[in-house]
Ligand binder design. Structure first.
Ligand code: AMP
Ligand code: MN
Ligand code: MN
Length: 338
């Protein structure tokens, strides 16, 4: 198990930011297919750098430069630059919420071309691919690490920073429901709310809004859900899949499928749940969850991905049935609480 960042690592990160001259160029990168923690941590840190007078800033993520609708209200989106147009050799690059280089896609070369690189993350599986690594596997979200770094840089929270970090924290704690929701998480939320945020508005936008087409699409996809009581040495597996045809039929964008896992993981009879989402002809983005019986990050890592003990994912190949067969085969060996 990784430890939290050492004082030397914090000091190195602070020094690396302070070493950037006022006209220095900084590139912020979050993981492909960004979620609330990736985008919120990145943009929250961006606002902090702006407060330090560092304004030659670009923020980006690999893949299509489309921000999922729920995050289009985040302050700082104007800093986003499409991946194929970002600075080829910035003075400093900072990566957010990416457990490994593979999550940076085509942008991975910036780790070599940049003067210095800092990795901010909270995945236990993090491969420490930065020049400086601030990885805290006990942190509920990458935004927890961001808040600490901003504090050490002497940047006070303001409402823009706070909104970004709140979206990140709320996303990764499942709206303050998961076991990662420690007293420290609520204390951080209190600091963020004290800047004047409106949590009701933010939650409605981020979690409780979807197009009517997506509501109907969920109907189709949930109808084909399967429950396998024998899987994971009898702990049970619930799963479903969604194809690109499903999205086309209801004229929906892929991001509407992100919350689908929540409609599967509620299955009372199953410890493990997964959703297999088509992203290419024979390529699937896989989301897995466990209630504690299985370490799904083991399954994900074995199949080329990563994540946390109770929430993990990977990219699967073949048909949806092939992908689920590969998961089924790894589940027995990943049981931690039979
Ligand atoms: P998701 O199901 O997309 O919400 O992802 C759950 C967790 O798994 C997150 O912590 C992700 O960082 C991780 N994860 C998802 N997909 C991948 C992947 N292809 N490679 C590595 N980690 C992943
Ligand atoms: Mn993430
Ligand atoms: Mn995260």
């Amino acid at each position: 198990m990784l430890a939290e960042p050492t004082e030397a690592e914090w000091a190195a990160a602070v020094a690396a930011v302070r070493a950037v001259p006022a006209d220095g160029r900084i590139l912020l990168i979050c993981h492909v297919n960004p979620d609330g923690d990736a985008l919120g941590s990145m943009l929250g840190f961006a606002h902090g750098l702006l407060r330090l007078g560092l304004d030659r800033l670009q923020a980006t993520f690999p893949g299509p430069p489309e921000v999922p609708e729920p995050f289009r209200g985040l302050p700082g989106l104007e800093l986003l630059v499409p991946a194929d147009r970002v600075d080829p050799a910035p003075d400093l690059v900072v990566c957010f919420d990416a457990a490994s280089e593979s999550r940076l896609g085509t942008l991975v070369d910036r780790l070599d071309t940049a003067g210095t690189s800092i990795v901010l993350d909270h995945h236990a599986s993090n491969t420490r691919f930065g020049g400086i690594n601030l990885v805290d596997p006990h942190a509920a979200a990458t935004s927890v690490v961001v808040e600490q770094l901003l504090d050490r840089l002497g940047v006070p929270l303001d409402v823009r920073i706070a909104e970004c970090l709140y979206v990140a924290l709320a996303t990764d704690t499942g709206s303050f429901r998961f076991d990662v929701t420690t007293p420290a998480v609520h204390q951080m939320a209190a600091r963020l709310l004290a800047t004047g945020l409106r949590p009701g508005d933010i939650s409605r936008r981020i979690f409780d809004t979807r197009p009517f087409g997506a509501v109907r699409l969920y109907g189709d996809v949930l109808t084909r859900a399967r429950y396998e009581p024998e899987a994971a040495r009898g702990l049970g597996l619930a799963w479903t899949y969604a194809t690109r045809d499903d999205l086309t039929r209801y004229d929906q964008r892929p991001y509407v499928l992100e919350p689908l896992i929540d409609s599967i993981r509620c299955t009372a009879e199953a410890d493990v749940s997964c959703v297999v989402k088509q992203v290419g002809d024979d390529e699937w983005a896989v989301s897995m969850r466990s209630k504690g019986g299985v370490d799904v990050s083991r399954v994900a890592v074995a199949l080329g991905g990563g994540g946390h003990r109770l929430a993990a994912g990977f990219t699967g190949r073949g048909g949806a049935d092939d992908v689920v067969a590969a998961i089924r085969a790894e589940l027995d060996g990943a049981v931690i609480n039979p």
